[in-house]
Design a protein around this ligand. Structure first.
Ligand SMILES: Cc1cc2nc3c(=O)[nH]c(=O)nc-3n(C[C@H](O)[C@H](O)[C@H](O)COP(=O)(O)OP(=O)(O)OC[C@H]3O[C@@H](n4cnc5c(N)ncnc54)[C@H](O)[C@@H]3O)c2cc1C
Length: 449
């Protein structure tokens, strides 16, 4: 059989741009690939997958570079990077958008906005749409329009069942429907290389946003008020609350309401009347300004960090709130926090087995964040995150697969719950020889570890 050549923009360790090309958003766990191929067209993706098979080389798939454990990088192997395939086209007549797999959220939001539309997705503009969607996708429109993957209509994906050449296929609810099912919550790096995604889009014009800040003395009252309010309020309103370290002395609730500012002010009363907020901001803005408000450009600067997470099926009792408070009083440095986003609404309308994203009944997603400045601080920061996660375990469930954590021992069930077996069965069908493999990849049904 004729040998395949790698095609696209190729970067290797001797090249001036190698350092930039190999660096992801998380600086700890650095990896040193042998080759990085920036694919320019679908043929480059097909060639890359055939090439790794012929050369028996480990590989990973990459787009926005935001995986917390750097699972989109590999030492001594090939990184198949799709970020330079990133066009976005909107069909306003049919209210759909076709988006190449390399587009980041910033580009997607901007082009959809130019067409008066949007999709529910994440808050950080540099995150890759494809990685976010394949794991679910939560953000400020979740309660109204569901997860990002709930708005996915079709994908194009390069797969290889191990026999013969790699091929590009389509998957949707009718065609290769099991592959489409796994790509709505369990698809990141596990089954194939997605080259484009087609979404249902929603019309959008102005929205109302808010921000409320309390100080440490209102810690328990502010969190308790938020958790009881955020999950029961109007589903057009999705919100988040970040509990910062005692040193920083801020509890910040923010959110987005698809409706007028007068109505949002009314809806916010249970929060504004709690404790003594030091700042309350409520205003109506063009939707794209809300996108910028929730975006944190610093999220794109490579940094030392550790993240983990879980879901809440019930609101926290006082005891759990005090556990969080005590951890935030004793952080390795001031730069640690606990972040939450309200769920429910449209996310919950879908059954846990309808897509691979399992935690449909969760009311809140909870994320643990630690940041530091030099490599020698890593151990204590990792420890803080893991101790916090463990201390809250009896009040929480699972973890969001888009917040992977290599220290979670039962990660298959933590990420996929009751959907794990079906994911493994589909893996056997589309990747029986476990070509798409990384430390927390889904194992095919036949070779459970
Ligand atoms: C600063 C920051 C903010 C975030 N905000 C949010 C948020 O608001 N909401 C939310 O839900 N999540 C959020 N996340 C988590 C985010 O969804 C995940 O990190 C996501 O996996 C990132 O995708 P990526 O393409 O940027 O990353 P990558 O590291 O490139 O890829 C992530 C995973 O997807 C796989 N993958 C990449 N491209 C493809 C492809 N073409 N085909 C198949 N698999 C592929 C990779 O192999 C890897 O396993 C955030 C993360 C960060 C770091």
């Amino acid at each position: 059989m004729e040998k395949t050549n790698l095609t696209g923009r190729i970067v290797t360790p001797g090249d001036a741009d190698y350092e930039q090309a190999r660096t992801n958003n998380t600086l700890n766990n650095p990896k040193f690939p042998k080759i990085i191929v920036f694919c320019q067209k679908k043929r480059d993706v097909l060639n890359a997958l055939n090439w790794v098979k012929e050369n028996n080389m480990p590989f990973r798939v990459r787009s926005g570079r935001h995986n917390y454990e750097n699972y989109s990088l590999v030492d001594g192997g090939l990184v198949i990077d799709v970020s330079e395939m990133n066009t976005v086209s909107v069909d306003c007549k049919n209210m759909t958008a076709k988006i190449q797999a390399g587009a980041d959220l910033g580009k997607v939001y901007n082009i959809l906005w130019e067409n008066g539309t949007t999709i529910p997705a994440g808050t950080e503009s540099s995150v890759g749409l494809v990685g976010l969607t394949l794991g679910g996708g939560i953000g400020m429109l979740s309660r109204l329009y569901g997860l990002t993957c709930d708005n996915l209509l079709e994908i194009e994906i390069v797969v290889s069942n191990g026999h013969g050449k790699a091929k590009l296929i389509k998957a949707n609810k009718n065609k290769n429907s099991d592959l489409f099912w796994v790509c709505c919550g369990g698809g990141g790096g596990n089954f194939g290389i997605v080259t484009s995604l087609k979404f249902k889009v929603h019309p959008i014009s102005t929205v109302s946003i808010f921000s409320i800040i309390w100080e440490w003395e209102d810690f328990e009252a502010a969190f308790d008020a938020w958790q009881n309010w955020a999950i029961n309020t109007d589903i057009k309103l999705t919100s988040e609350i970040e509990l910062k370290s005692r040193e920083v002395n801020q509890i910040i609730a923010q959110g987005e309401f698809v409706g007028p500012v007068t109505k949002l002010k009314e809806l916010l009363r249970p929060l504004t009347e709690t404790g003594s907020p030091i700042k309350v901001m409520v205003r109506e803005v063009p939707y794209i300004e809300a996108v910028h408000f929730f975006d944190e450009p610093s999220g794109n600067v490579p940094a030392y960090k550790k993240r983990s997470g879980s879901f809440l099926n019930k609101t926290f009792p006082k005891r759990a709130i005090l556990i969080m408070k005590s951890f935030l009083e004793n952080t390795p440095n001031g730069k640690s926090s606990i972040w939450h986003q309200s769920l429910g609404g449209a996310v919950r309308r879908i059954r846990p087995d309808e897509t691979a994203y399992y935690y449909r009944d969760a009311i809140i997603a909870q994320e643990y964040l630690a940041n530091w400045s030099t490599p020698d601080e890593e151990r204590k920061n990792n420890q803080w995150v893991e101790d916090l996660r463990n201390a809250l375990l009896r009040y929480t469930t699972g973890d969001y697969v888009n917040w992977p954590d290599r220290f979670i021992r039962n990660w298959p069930t933590a990420y996929y719950g009751g959907n794990l077996n079906r994911l493994r069965v589909v893996k056997r069908e589309y990747d029986p020889f476990n070509l798409f493999k990384f430390p927390q990849s889904i194992p095919p049904f036949i070779s459970w570890f």
